[in-house]
Design a binder for this molecule. Structure first.
Ligand code: PAF
Length: 279
């Protein structure tokens, strides 16, 4: 496994690579969710690359950039055992040199959900992913369904900017009690960790209601809100039942909808979603 830091080293390495390349972009602190992406990339490509970069421009001034979990040694051990070919850990100064002023904005899709809650976040994500796609020129890009809006935005930018890349969205990986895996889960204390199952519980109840014929989006939102309200450690930041492609809020769910929530548990904000779908 080649562990690289500079862009010139990365370019030199890629020059001699033959066969297809799958890229898994990460901010490190890897868990089973990331591993599912790496494993999918390993199965479908001759070469697998992983980037580890805690991207400062996708964090707002009041957000958790400084305390975002970082664990490079453990990450590298995991990636080594998954037979990853290249790990790129670029430096902030090389990604964003002095005077940096070039950004990518996916206009409409960035206005909702996490984009509305975290001004500038989606611009930061779109910018770094564009830079990674330019640096690696991969054949396939692997993302997780847990960050549904991010995946939607990246698919849009790949189409809009004409990157010849397949974007593959892998299912959310959950703990045994249903909590979606996230690097931020490590910041929950034991009581908060127990409380955090309320995210999946509320989404599951919405899914059951939809399966039983509830198609009124506002009733589905109320159902989720009521489940979360009962948990004393939880504060609901938003609940959304939206069109899966445009992310616009729906009045009624006809065949498919994205049901997303953001919930603050203690001081940690967690997001999760499910797709409501006619079976
Ligand atoms: O999902 C993440 O870990 C990040 O948003 C990404 C895609 C690596 C961009 O920094």
């Amino acid at each position: 496994m080649n562990i690289l830091t500079s862009l010139s080293e990365l370019r030199a390495n890629l020059k001699y690579m033959s066969g297809s390349l799958g890229l898994v972009p990460t901010m490190g602190s890897l868990h089973e969710g990331h591993l599912s992406l790496v494993k999918a990339a390993r199965m479908q490509n001759d070469n697998v690359a992983v980037s580890i970069f805690v991207n400062p421009i996708q964090f707002g001034p009041e957000e958790d950039l400084d305390i975002y979990p970082r664990n490079h040694d453990n990450d590298l051990d995991i990636l080594q055992s998954e037979k990853v070919d290249i790990v790129w850990i670029p430096d902030v100064k090389e990604m964003y040199p002095d005077g940096y002023q070039t950004y990518v904005t996916v206009e409409k899709l960035s206005r909702y959900l996490e984009g509305a809650r975290r001004p500038g976040h989606m611009r930061g994500v779109a910018t770094i992913v564009t830079k990674l796609l330019i640096a690696f020129a991969p054949d396939r890009l692997y993302l997780g369904q847990k960050d549904a809006q991010q995946s939607c935005i990246i698919k849009r930018l790949v189409a809009d900017l004409g990157f010849a890349i397949d974007v593959l969205i892998c299912p959310t990986v959950r703990d045994i009690d249903g909590l979606a895996l996230s690097s931020r889960n490590s910041r929950l204390n034991p009581d908060e960790r127990k409380a955090a199952i309320v995210l999946y519980k509320s989404l599951s109840e919405a899914q059951t209601a939809f399966a039983n014929g509830e198609t009124d989006a506002s009733r589905l939102r109320t159902l989720i809100t009521d489940v979360i309200r009962i948990e004393k450690f939880a504060k609901l930041l938003y609940v959304s039942v939206s069109d899966i492609n445009s992310l616009k809020e729906l009045h009624y769910v006809s065949d498919r909808a994205l049901c997303s929530i953001a919930v603050k548990i203690g001081s940690v904000v967690l997001i999760d979603n499910i797709v409501l779908e006619d079976s």
